[in-house]
Design a protein around this ligand. Sequence first.
Ligand code: ZDP
Length: 287
Amino acid sequence: MVIEFTKYHGLGNDFILIDNRHSPVPILTPAAAIEMCDRHFGIGADGVIFALPPEADADYTMRIFNSDGSEPEMCGNGIRCLAQFIADLEGIEADGQSFKINTLAGLIVPKLAGHNQITVDMGQPQLLAAQIPTTLSQEAEQVVNKPLEVAGQTWGVTGVSMGNPHCITFVDAVKDIPLEVIGPQFEHHPVFPQRTNTEFIEVVQRDYLKMRVWERGAGITLACGTGACAAVVAGVLNDACDRCCTVELPGGCLQIEWEANQGHLYMTGPAQKVFTGQYVEAARSLS
Ligand code: ZDP
């Protein structure tokens, strides 16, 4: 079987987009997603995203499989790519056009902002330990700068859910962090029962953060939209940054605003189409 796909990236966080508008069930299994995401035997991507029909009061539903086949609740760079994919599929060019997208983290609303930029209303972060989820604090308490032992070191960590779990820690220099060694130890630490995404943050200025990320289910990626939002929330909770920040990731910059009245996060960044193709299912087992 041949599968039509389009490849997009948001700051180098790259995704295979599938037009699944005809059916509420993804046309691919998590096992197929693992094969397609493989950078040597497949197309290569951090995840596979499906544009599915909407549920009530929305325009579309998004589902995503990580490159390890697990299914996250939300994906910040991915939903910008999804918005651009929908605009491309439907021939929409109008700046200001927004889409209501059902996700496992609730309704998320990306808006075409012009010049390849998309602004996403990411909703409100969830801050209680039970919501993240983590056992680092009592269930109904926040997790701000709690000590966590990883790799023989004590890290001060802050927990934030953007629908998906994030563990944020502030460091002097992100370039010195051995991500591939300690990332998996954070991801699988027993205090995070759903595993976790982990962000290492260097505060350059109160309105400019540098970030490197180890993603749950995907490892090192060049950018993470939900992680950048979670980093600004953690920075504000620790009085380390402003509510409006530039977050510099290895793949480029995102603008993040944690609006004060409703407490919604707004993320602005690019989404870029790279190529379309036809994937030969089971290409790997044929090779
Ligand atoms: O929560 C998870 O398992 C993440 N790996 C999901 C993907 C997050 C993403 N990088 C983002 O930009 O938010 C797509």
